[in-house]
Design a protein around this ligand. Structure first.
Ligand code: NAD
Length: 299
């Protein structure tokens, strides 16, 4: 007869009387994992915006972890995407590149279909693609605001929902991950619509976690701090134009004044946490947004 673990059974007095869980209970628990143990040998992931920066580091790290990877970016970054594919193949894993704009639902549907046809059932979707813009609030145009939300918020919704439908069809469970940011906890001035879009990613992640749990799909987000990528080069330059700081000085100032560990982040710092969130070791986590910022925001 299968035994259920009730809340009462976890009370200290009950624990004193319970040494080993019956095998039937342990089996039932394992079946609820988002990464089925039997599928670990052949896992697949899509990483959006992975021709460069944090997405590239995540794709390479997941390939080292044993994932086959679908590299996605916009057509303009196809040369970079192709280089990442060949780096992954050198690691002995399968990979291919599929250009698509994540803000377009139809293109994301094509992306997921292509990944399944090329690599097999989808286990993990990393909705990493994003854009940033530095501009004072009162100078933002309607188009600035729209495009920010189209890529960062609709893009995440498209990736989460299309991947979730595929995972539900497969009946395998899975993992959805989104790119949030420190600004999803405390906005940066002059990055207001970017900050609001990352708060939305955090909110969507929590909402999806609630509705996807029944399908054994976990949903979490990673929140980098200040990472030395093309995105932060642009932010540093534009913040400098507004404050009069020289190129590179804003990042230096933030490193010494804001970051407890005293240095900005490498993309690989973020990829390590995403590796954990994509592995069975995080199967009992959902709805979380995890900061990897060297100690800027303390939760
Ligand atoms: P990046 O600009 O270096 O790379 C982003 C990639 O996304 C680019 O290759 C770009 O072409 C791609 N992309 C943009 N729009 C796209 C679209 N519509 N469809 C498909 N691909 C698209 O940026 P990054 O620093 O590597 O950032 C990656 C993610 O991490 C972003 O979501 C970003 O907001 C987030 N993030 C970055 C930092 C940082 O300090 N760099 C901090 C916090 C969060």
């Amino acid at each position: 007869m299968a035994l259920r673990i009730s809340g009462r059974a976890l009370a200290p007095s009950a624990l004193r009387n319970t040494t080993v869980l019956p095998a039937t209970s342990r089996k039932q628990w394992v079946r609820h994992y988002a990464t089925p143990v039997k599928d670990q040998e052949n896992r697949t992931a899509i990483v959006t915006g992975s021709a460069r920066g944090i997405g590239k580091a995540i794709a390479l790290r997941l390939a080292q972890d044993g994932y086959d990877i679908c590299i996605n970016d916009i057509p303009a970054n196809e040369p970079g995407a192709k280089e990442v594919v060949s780096e992954i193949k050198k690691l002995g894993r399968n990979a291919f590149n599929f250009s698509a704009d994540v803000s377009n639902l139809k293109e994301v549907e094509n992306l997921v279909q292509a990944s399944v046809s090329e690599l097999g059932p989808l286990n993990t979707m990393i909705s990493n693609a994003g854009i940033a813009q530095v501009k004072p609030l009162l100078e933002l145009t309607e188009q600035d605001f729209k495009r920010m939300f189209e890529v960062n918020v609709y893009g995440t919704f498209n990736c989460y929902s299309v991947a979730a439908r595929q995972m539900i069809k497969q009946g395998t469970g899975g993992k959805l991950l989104g790119a949030a940011s420190i600004v999803a906890f405390k906005p940066f001035a002059l990055l207001s619509h970017y900050s609001a879009s990352k708060w939305a990613v955090r909110g969507l992640t929590q909402a999806f976690a609630m509705e996807m749990a029944t399908h054994k799909i976990t949903v979490n987000a990673y929140a980098p701090g200040i990472v030395g990528t093309a995105m932060w080069d642009l932010i540093d330059e534009k913040l400098g134009e507004l404050s009069g700081a020289k190129k590179g000085d804003t990042i230096k100032k933030y490193s010494s004044e804001l970051i407890a560990l005293g240095r900005t982040s490498e993309p690989e710092d973020v990829a390590k946490t995403v590796s954990f969130l994509s592995s069975p070791d995080s199967d009992y986590m959902t709805g979380q947004t995890i900061l990897i910022d060297g100690g800027i925001i303390f939760t």
